[in-house]
Write a protein that binds this ligand. Structure first.
Ligand code: THU
Length: 162
């Protein structure tokens, strides 16, 4: 038996101003759109902003429902909208920002497993990394160069021989 480990590299910033201006813009757009989240049950508002290869920015927020499993996370609202309207677009970056009405959320929010899976497949089919930028209400920002870094050992189309 061998014990092996997987190392996840990311960049950590303590000041938004250290980021490229487009990354700052994406965070601002995610912060802006989270205000429109329909998060009446969790009081947890999430915004996602995608940067496409065309330069266009597409945003989305979480949408909840009294039938809880019918709810959808901000990341998938933005990505599915993007893929519905610009199926061939390359998603260069995704910024994700959250706020909780129940108290200040100092830590970054980390995308759920289902969103990572969806992001991972879109990254795989576009054959280009999708950078992931995470921010909470505190100063800390985490940046991952690719979704693959956030979801190692992913289940992907390779196993189906595709
Ligand atoms: N949520 C997101 O929108 N994105 C995430 O990455 C994690 C969770 C939403 C789902 C639900 O509406 C609320 O946050 C609380 O889980």
């Amino acid at each position: 038996m061998k014990v092996k480990s997987i190392n996840i590299a990311y960049q950590s910033y303590e000041n938004k101003m250290e980021l490229e201006s487009i990354d700052q813009e994406l965070i601002s757009r995610a912060e802006e759109v989270l205000k429109n989240a329909y998060a009446v049950y969790s009081q947890f508002q999430v915004g996602a902003a995608l940067l496409l290869d065309s330069g266009e920015i597409i945003t989305g927020n979480n949408q909840e429902n009294i039938a809880y499993p019918s709810s959808l996370c901000a990341e998938r609202v933005a990505l599915y909208y993007c893929k519905a309207h610009a199926p061939n677009a390359i998603v260069k970056k995704i910024a994700i920002m959250a706020k909780s009405k129940k108290g200040e959320l100092l830590e970054v929010i980390s995308p759920c497993g289902a969103c990572r899976q969806v992001m991972s497949e879109y990254e795989r089919i576009q054959s280009e990394p999708m950078k992931v930028i995470l921010k909470g209400e505190g100063e800390t920002i985490m940046v991952f160069d690719a979704v693959a870094d956030l979801l190692p050992l992913s289940f992907n189309t390779k196993v189906l021989g595709e």
